[in-house]
Design a protein around this ligand. Structure first.
Ligand SMILES: [Zn+2]
Ligand SMILES: [Zn+2]
Length: 301
């Protein structure tokens, strides 16, 4: 506990600090020398006076908040680009609103919220980090803050030159948060790579196409149309290879663009494509998911 360091930072003498705490200068001297530990009520008042947490007062490391994920960086980048000359300040309405939104998002991302989780100060720092990637600032020899993560650059490269797409995706993420969070499939999904549009919309996509009822309805439609239950990507039919055991087996992939998902509350069967497991995994293998057309092109070659 380095009381002396914090006291001197505040420009207080031992006597002044003692007066604040209604104790004696000798007592403060003993605390600072480490001869006596201050009682808890004094420690709380010291922390308040120094404007620090008790953890900081006793020198205990505070757990770092989890790194920012794609969804959060998309929302932050939009705010950054909307303010081309300089990001809004720490106490601006925009930064506070984003801080609140990110705290709502935490549950959807499965992030634990510790004390300073995505507080306005952290949001502001993140906005300033984008400067490192912004040619308008790089040109001036102003490199911005250096400790930005790799993902910041990925999100910048994807979206900075395409603000209308950025807006659409950011709106879709925000709109998704209005839905009951039970619609999301949140566990680790090993079969898909998180889409460019982030985790919330990825989960929404997966929850739609894994809906048993919809899958059965889509299969019934294929049988009615006489098309059979075969992959629309490569033409594979499970019954051909696996006989009776594989008859009727297929997966479905939801084909509409992720940023339009929240607007289409009900899933239309026409938007579901029948796909074999291999083709479905290929569609989701990279952050930029394949369209059915692109998949068919690849298979053709
Ligand atoms: Zn296939
Ligand atoms: Zn899919």
């Amino acid at each position: 506990m380095d009381i002396r360091k914090f006291r001197e930072k505040r420009g207080l003498s031992q006597q002044e600090l003692a007066d604040e705490l209604r104790t004696t200068q000798q007592t403060v001297g003993r605390w600072e020398a480490g001869l006596v530990v201050p009682p808890l009520n004094s420690a709380v008042r010291l922390a308040d006076l120094f404007n620090i947490t008790l953890d900081e007062l006793v020198g205990r490391a505070v757990a770092n908040p989890p790194p920012w994920n794609t969804d959060e960086l998309i929302l932050a980048l939009r705010l950054y680009l909307n303010n081309p000359t300089s990001p809004p300040g720490k106490s601006s309405a925009e930064v506070i609103a984003l801080s609140n939104l990110l705290n709502t998002l935490a549950e959807w991302l499965g992030n634990e919220r510790t004390g300073a989780y995505r507080n306005p100060n952290g949001v502001y720092m993140k906005l300033m980090n984008f400067r490192r990637l912004d040619p308008r600032f790089a040109e001036k020899g102003n490199v911005g803050l250096v400790n930005g993560g790799q993902l910041e650059k990925v999100v910048w490269d994807r979206y900075a030159a395409n603000p209308s797409r950025l807006n659409a995706v950011a709106d879709a993420i925000t709109a998704s948060l209005q839905m009951p969070s039970t619609t999301l499939n949140r566990g680790d999904d090993l079969e898909v790579t998180e889409a460019e549009e982030g985790r919330v919309l990825t989960s929404l996509h997966r929850s739609r196409e894994r809906n048993r009822k919809l899958v059965e309805q889509r299969k019934a439609m294929a049988l009615r149309d006489g098309k059979g239950i075969r992959c629309e990507g490569c033409g594979f039919e499970y019954a051909e290879k696996y006989g009776e055991h594989g008859r009727g087996f297929i997966e479905v992939h939801h084909t509409i663009p992720l940023h339009t998902l929240p607007q289409s509350m009900t899933t239309r069967l026409e938007d579901l494509a029948l796909v074999c497991a291999d083709c479905h995994r290929m569609i989701h293998a990279k952050a930029q998911w394949l369209t059915m057309g692109a998949l068919q092109e690849i298979v053709k070659k």
